[in-house]
Design a protein around this ligand. Structure first.
Ligand code: GLN
Length: 488
């Protein structure tokens, strides 16, 4: 039986009925990685032996008659900025080239409790700063649908691993689009949860007020399944986490009924700068929703104009503070030949961090420095409040908002690395969601002329994950666009 083409839900059923074993499935996942990852480059670290051992434990427990949770025995890959006890966690940075965490992130404890089989750690932009995975200090990840193109970023490895059939599920993190944009580029489903729904404990911080961990999958149901496993209030470890009303029940409550559901199309997201193919594909999805009984109407979110500067000011400010801990003393990389303490700091940080990370630290330090704080940081916070209010107003008129994910589909490797501002501009459709702390679901809605996937984004109100997944499921069923695996 070809196992890696199956969804996590199908595999879960096969495991529960003992038609397949967890070891058999883990072996299939490792074999697929062996066959394709030299081309894709999704993993920084594979954890084959540990995966087989974990799978064996699950098989023994199942044989002993234990009632196991749905993810027991399912292979899951993890972005390399999520701390995994005893397993190398580099954040794709030279700074953490040898960091083996002494503890697990909360999400890893939750996956362990579920019996998920961890297959390895996925490539990303260094410290999650980037949109193409090209800022990784470790390797290049290729888009499985066209190896000459980027997989998106920063969670490009987590998207590519699922799109190339190496694992049915993975975890990524999203500060300004890092789950959603690679999901769109790779033709998979990605969910950025409401801020606080998933614990950030053990997620190596980029911008703490924006970061969220979330699932990648090839179907909406599978995304719900993984989201159910990782959701949870974590007051002991993450004071910004919050009890989510849907905790653990998203998959159970999936319902594709779109009758009377109000969908808003913000006109600012469909204007100049968005490629014709992307615009047409997302607007066609809106037509599909109409045919399913939804009420689609145009809305306006004019403050999106300020989203990019607000995001790059706030996220860089927080990054400059969060990354101060990497000083060559406490973690990872230390430069050679240092004379005194300041020398250790300067040389280790100059050599340990790549150019994009250094750019963000400098930008963040600048906007927080006295004299500029009021002009930039304070203004960005004020604009953030306005953006939040604008979304709150929109959700009085509609249940979900439908937009493109990125202005274009995946582009050629190397084509945007020369100009950081051009790279930042690609984040225009995603960053507002983080600024407002909202959930958003991305899934495939078509293909461009070059057969690269096009994604659409559904944005919901705070803790509106169920609404998003329901709408996502409705579209998936109507369009048949699901479980897309790149031919490799
Ligand atoms: N592309 C955005 C950035 O470079 C978002 C990154 C993210 O969500 N981690 O900051």
């Amino acid at each position: 039986m070809e196992l890696m083409n199956k969804t996590a839900a199908e595999l879960s059923t096969l495991l529960a009925s003992k038609e397949i074993s967890a070891v058999e499935l883990a072996k299939a996942a490792l074999a697929r990685t062996e066959a394709v990852d030299s081309q894709v480059g999704a993993y920084i670290t594979t954890a084959g032996d540990a995966a087989l051992a974990a799978a064996e434990t699950i098989d023994k427990r199942r044989a002993a008659g234990d009632a196991l949770p749905p993810l027991a025995g399912i292979p899951v890959a993890i972005k390399d900025n999520i701390c995994t006890e005893g397993l190398l966690t580099t954040c794709a940075s030279r700074m953490l080239y040898n960091f083996v965490p002494p503890y697990n992130a909360t999400v890893m404890e939750k996956l362990a409790a579920q019996g998920a089989v961890i297959t390895g750690k996925c490539n990303m932009d260094e410290f999650a700063m980037g949109s193409s995975c090209e800022n990784s200090a470790m390797k290049i990840t290729h888009n499985p649908h066209n190896l000459g193109c980027v997989p998106g970023g920063s969670s490009g490895g987590s998207a590519a691993v699922v799109a190339s059939g190496q694992a049915p599920l993975s975890l990524g993190s999203d500060t300004g689009g890092s789950i959603r944009q690679p999901a769109a580029f790779c033709g998979v489903v990605g969910l950025k949860p409401t801020y606080g729904a998933v614990s950030r404990y053990g997620l190596i911080a980029f911008a703490s007020s924006l970061d969220q961990i979330g699932p990648f999958a090839r179907t909406v149901e599978d995304a719900a399944m993984l989201m159910d496993a990782v959701t949870g209030y974590d007051p002991a470890h993450d004071s910004t986490s919050a009890p989510a009303p849907f905790e653990g029940s998203l998959r159970k409550n999936l319902s594709p009924d779109m009758k009377g559901v109000r969908i808003g199309l913000p006109k600012e997201y469909f204007g100049a700068g968005i490629s014709d193919e992307v615009r047409e594909s997302v607007l066609a999805a809106a037509e599909t929703y109409k045919s399913l009984g939804a009420e689609v109407s145009e809305i306006s979110l004019p403050l999106v104009e300020y989203a990019l500067p607000v995001y790059y000011i706030l996220s860089s400010a927080e990054a400059s503070s969060n990354l101060a801990r990497f000083d060559g003393v406490k973690y990872g990389f230390r430069a050679e030949g240092c004379e005194e303490l300041l020398d250790i700091y300067v040389k280790s940080r100059s050599q340990g961090f790549g150019p994009e990370v250094q750019r963000r630290i400098m930008l963040g330090t600048y906007v927080l420095s006295s004299g500029y704080y009021d002009a930039y940081y304070k203004k960005a916070r004020a604009a953030q409040r306005k953006i939040r209010e604008e979304f709150a107003g929109a959700f009085e008129k509609c249940d979900v908002i439908l937009t493109p994910v990125a202005p274009t589909t995946a582009y050629e490797l190397g084509s945007r690395t020369a100009d950081p501002l051009e790279m930042y501009a690609g984040d225009i459709c995603t960053v507002s969601v983080n600024i407002a702390g909202l959930p958003a679901l991305v899934q495939p809605c078509g293909f461009d002329g070059g057969k690269l996937p096009i994604g659409m984004q559904l944005i919901g109100p705070r803790f509106g994950e169920q609404k998003l997944l329901n709408a996502g499921l409705a579209f998936e069923q109507a369009s048949g666009l699901k479980n897309i695996i790149a031919a490799l």
